[in-house]
Write a protein of this length. Structure first.
Length: 542
């Protein structure tokens, strides 16, 4: 039996987890709890009564009221249930489609290309496989351990790409194609959609057909594509974007990478580690929107691997001939046999006909509020086509919340504690406010930066590149932000995100138990530096 409990007072994911654990202490109970919805979906085998469920929630510190059936979804215009149309098939689109059907809607998904969107096909998944392969090459060649022979392994890019694409196809099938095939409430239309009015789309089918489709709610989740900067001559040369670079079966001799973005720094390091000469050219600093120390530390690490990093450098023009690419800059001509653009991504919105219905945009990005609503009633948007941060997990979270709102619920997307990671080595990770951001908001702050030569795990790894920085409110010590440059920085940052979500102070962090010889212990040590000199403490100092 499935029961829904409306729960009052939950404000964060920690609250939801506390309620879930309390419910699942009852025999035969499994629960899914959402703080954003204020809702628990509870499956029971009949041994636990409704009163016991309410009591379990009360034991977690919250009040609740049971309902034997899920909330009713508003009836659609055709009287046959709410009809939601989702344009796109990436992570945000699928999250929305699945949740909308769970809440009683019928869904039509429109996709003109591969199912799965950017992440699984040409983004997160293939790029992380490439990065891991490059890491394996680098470790064999450059590891720091005495007594272990360093070797220079051969690299077969064609074999690497084949393995990578097999895994991409496997995940696309398991996480997208099979899910769609197993959910009869979601209909897939192959083609492109254009708005005629706020409830009507013209569908140009991939088979050349045309039809009109009406909907009660429309979700735009069309993603983004690599941006091409307005540089003289660039559009006329055969540059790579990340899409081409990830499946290139030949290694460049000298790769020139334009940009200081996540994509630029990750792929630049990967190709350098695979054996290419690499010049990385950024118009500002690396990861320029984040704490300057992160970009500076990363640039130093990349240069330490033999990469040429040119900051504050913009090519005036680009030429291509039989000898390669030639970029004219104030520093002289930079040449290479391949050119990779890592200059950001542009929302895929130009062909949707948004102007027909008056959907507001900034540039090409659709403007949405915390409920994922556009300015046009009934039209929602999520993911990289919006003004939200371009991360797949943000798109998925937004998709779920948009579906709740499209089907009569009330959910918001809170990005105050959104963590982010650049999968370089060392990794760059951050969450919350940087010191400059906090001061810009008028907050009185203090910060501490702990170099990794104070972290036992880094010492044991013989790799002390990087630091852990914490930003706190002066006086109270409340944690405001964290920035990490470390080999396992991406594994560290979520602990800081949870601490921020729980409104912990640095003193709370300093008092926690952290496993010894883990990189995340750096958070505790950095927190301790607000009141103590960690160099004067023994190992595992409490």
């Amino acid at each position: 039996m499935t029961t829904e409990l409306r729960i009052e007072g939950m404000t964060c994911d920690h609250c939801a987890e506390t309620v879930r654990r309390s419910l699942e202490r009852l025999p035969g109970v499994r629960a899914e709890v959402s703080s954003s919805e204020g809702l628990a979906r509870v499956d029971t085998d009949g041994r636990a009564s409704g009163a016991e469920l309410v009591a379990a929630v009360a034991g977690a510190g919250f009040s609740s009221a049971p309902s034997a059936s899920p909330p009713k979804v508003r009836t659609g215009q055709d009287g046959d249930g709410l009809h939601v149309v989702v344009i796109g098939s990436g992570s945000g689109a699928f999250a929305a489609a699945i949740r909308a059907t769970e809440r009683g809607a019928r869904v039509t998904m429109i996709e003109r290309d591969l199912l799965g969107g950017t992440c699984v096909n040409v983004g997160c998944v293939p790029s992380k496989i490439l990065l891991r392969g490059a890491h394996a090459v680098h470790t064999q060649r450059e590891h720091p351990f005495a007594g272990v022979e360093r070797i220079r392994p051969s690299v077969d890019r064609a074999a690497m790409v084949a393995q990578q694409q097999e895994r991409v196809a496997e995940l696309r099938r398991a996480k997208y194609e099979d899910l769609l095939a197993g959910n009869p409430a979601i209909e897939l239309l192959r083609g492109s959609a254009t708005f005629q009015d706020a409830n009507t789309l013209r569908i140009e089918g991939s088979d050349g057909s045309e039809r009109t489709l009406r909907a009660d709610r429309i979700l735009i989740a069309t993603g983004a594509s690599p941006a091409v900067p307005p540089i003289s001559g660039l559009s006329a040369v055969p540059f790579w974007t990340s899409t081409e670079a990830l499946v290139a079966e030949e290694l460049p001799r000298h790769l020139v990478v334009l940009g200081g973005s996540l994509v630029a720094v990750e792929l630049a390091q990967a190709f350098r580690r695979l054996g290419a000469e690499v010049t990385l050219m950024a118009r500002s600093t690396l990861l320029s929107k984040e704490d300057p120390a992160l970009g500076a530390g990363l640039a130093e690490a990349l240069e330490g691997e033999g990469m040429k990093v040119l900051l504050h450098t913009v090519p005036a023009s680009v030429r291509h001939d039989a000898s390669g690419f030639h970029l004219d800059t104030a520093r002289g001509v930079v040449s290479g046999d391949r050119l990779l653009l890592g200059t950001g991504r542009s929302p895929n919105t130009a062909r949707l006909g948004l102007e027909q219905v008056g959907v507001a945009t900034r540039g090409d990005a659709i403007l949405v509020d915390e409920h994922l609503r556009t300015n046009v009633p009934g039209i929602y948007a999520v993911g990289d086509c919006t003004n939200l941060p371009q991360f797949v997990y943000v798109a998925a979270a937004a998709g779920t919340r948009a579906a709740i709102n499209m089907t009569g619920g009330d959910a918001t997307l809170d990005l105050e504690t959104m963590p982010a990671v650049a999968f370089t080595d060392p990794q760059v990770a951050w969450v919350g406010r940087s010191e400059a951001e906090a001061r810009g908001l008028g907050l009185a702050v203090e910060s501490r930066t702990l170099p990794l030569d104070n972290v036992p795990r880094a010492l044991a790894n013989f790799d002390t590149r990087g630091f852990v920085k914490l930003v706190a409110e002066a006086g109270s010590g409340r944690l405001l932000g964290a920035q990490v440059l470390a080999a396992e920085g991406g594994e560290v940052i979520q602990a800081a995100a949870l601490a921020l979500r729980a409104r912990m102070t640095v003193h709370d962090l300093a008092d926690q138990l952290f496993p010894y010889l883990t990189m995340v212990e750096g958070l505790k040590l950095a927190a301790q530096t607000f009141t103590r000199d960690v160099k004067q403490l023994s190992c595992c100092a409490g």
